[in-house]
Design a binder for this molecule. Structure first.
Ligand code: FAD
Length: 423
């Protein structure tokens, strides 16, 4: 079998590429997906009337093009929501982002953060060499010790000192020194961060987006794992069949693709790429909780780093009187009774659930690829790999294909751009 374009992986990036090829009248492609359903991480499942994503997947639409595309796909099935998020640290409940809401801290921590920032504002700045130095430059040692360090160590599984800071600009809200200091006295009057408002489908969870894209795609092959890629012969092995191609679009995790080529030099680059895994514990209780979007947990004794309320994103995400939650934990967290008991204990201590709550059901999800780790090897290995692959007609896209910290809007737009290039 020969196709002009072979697309690996039917997550949002692969689906968007195929969707835009079809729109341009190009049907000489095959979209190969190893799972029995498309969508990758942008999928939803309905259990006992509750809709769960693979941990909450909210649409952050920052470009006109992204908004237009999502609106054209979802039409009226789209809601705009205001973020209701905070951080639980010790006994304090601090609105998100932490660094712009110091007023909510107990006196001692507030002083620590303010003094640290004042001292840092008087010190000449040098270019930060790692994420720790970036945080110290932006917020001072107080905010770093009380929130940035413990939270990020939990999320990334390593100390911020072991990470670079080339990803921070878009994802870590950076109020000015003046704004941080003012926030120690009273709440801020403006919202910060890329997710102050977000979009979510009214029905169907984030999977509604996958469904809308899939409806227009004619050459999707499910249950089709790609097991070998030969970039010299331009062939791929999919489910025992050889498919030849002119161009390859890769949305698989970059290290996997590099290893599938069987080329020693590319496999050596794959060995330099590190990622985190995430375990998601989902459950529903028979009580309508006060709505919130998500909550961050920096403290060591809380096993999770973030929880979210699926039923808060849309009223139809759960039956009336039921609240559906997701709990995000480091990937190696044990899916055992003891592991679950630790989660319940911590949730109860924080007052999120009550002893008297009727738990309707719970289940686990595993995300084997969650975050590409920005360590000192990443930038050079990724740039070498993408260059070598592109030179041989293989274009990588998406959060895992490009091995970066990115989000769904970017997946959709990268698919659009790639399709234009291929046409
Ligand atoms: C915990 C978490 C929370 C997130 N929350 C948000 C959020 O709120 N908002 C947001 O915008 N983004 C969020 N994201 C990011 C978002 O999920 C991704 O940017 C986006 O879904 C990536 O889509 P993709 O198609 O590039 O990759 P994927 O969704 O990973 O798709 C890749 C596809 O390739 C398939 N595949 C893998 N190996 C093979 C093989 N050998 N052969 C064939 N197929 C294969 C997989 O089955 C999968 O379907 C979150 C990510 C994580 C981990």
């Amino acid at each position: 079998m020969h196709v002009k374009t072979l697309i690996l992986g039917a997550g949002l990036t692969g689906l968007s590429t195929a969707y835009h090829l079809e729109k341009a009248g190009q049907t000489d492609y095959l979209l190969a997906e190893k799972e029995s359903t498309p969508g990758g991480l942008c999928k939803s499942q309905v259990i006992n009337g509750c809709t769960f994503d693979f941990s909450g997947h909210l649409l952050h639409l920052h470009t006109k093009q992204g908004k237009q595309l999502v609106k054209s796909l979802l039409g009226a099935n789209l809601r705009r929501l205001k973020r209701r998020a905070w951080i639980y640290t010790g006994s304090a409940r601090v609105p998100f982002p932490f660094q712009a809401n110091l007023f909510a801290l107990p006196e001692a921590e507030r002083q620590q953060c303010v003094n640290g920032l004042l001292a840092c504002a008087q010190t000449p700045k040098t270019a930060p060499k790692n994420f720790k130095e970036w945080c110290l430059n932006a917020f001072g040692p107080g905010v770093y010790q009380v929130f940035m360090r413990p939270y990020n160590t939990k999320l990334w599984g390593r100390d911020p000192q072991e990470m670079t800071c080339d990803w921070c600009g878009s994802f870590v809200p950076t109020p000015t020194v003046d704004e941080v200091l003012k926030s120690a006295v009273k709440p801020p009057t403006k919202s910060y961060g890329y997710n102050a408002y977000f979009y979510y489908p009214a029905r169907g969870g984030c999977g509604a987006l996958t469904d809308a894209l899939t409806r227009s795609i004619t050459h999707l092959s499910l249950n089709t794992p790609v097991t070998r890629v030969d970039l010299t012969r331009k062939t791929a092995q999919c489910k025992g069949k050889t498919i030849s191609f002119d161009y390859l679009v890769n949305t698989l995790p970059l290290p996997e693709l590099l290893r599938l080529t069987g080329e020693a030099e590319l496999a050596a680059l794959a060995d330099k790429l590190v990622h985190t895994q995430v375990a998601v514990y989902n459950f529903a209780i028979k009580r309508q909780v006060k709505p919130f979007s998500w909550i961050y947990f920096p403290d060591k004794q809380d096993p999770f780093y973030r929880i979210g309320l699926q039923s808060g994103f849309s009223p139809v995400n759960a039956p009336k009187g039921v609240s559906a939650f997701y709990v995000e934990l480091p990937g190696d967290y044990p899916h055992t009774q003891a592991g679950e008991a630790r989660i319940w204990k911590a949730l109860a201590q924080k007052g999120i659930i009550k002893e008297s709550d009727d738990v309707l059901f719970s289940f686990w999800q595993s995300l084997p690829y969650a975050y590409a780790v920005y360590d000192k090897f990443r930038a050079s290995a990724v740039s070498q790999a993408l260059k070598a692959l592109a030179g041989r007609g293989c274009f990588c896209a998406g959060r895992y294909g490009k091995w970066e910290y990115s989000f769904m809007e970017k997946s959709l737009l990268e698919g659009l751009e790639l399709a234009k290039k291929l046409v």
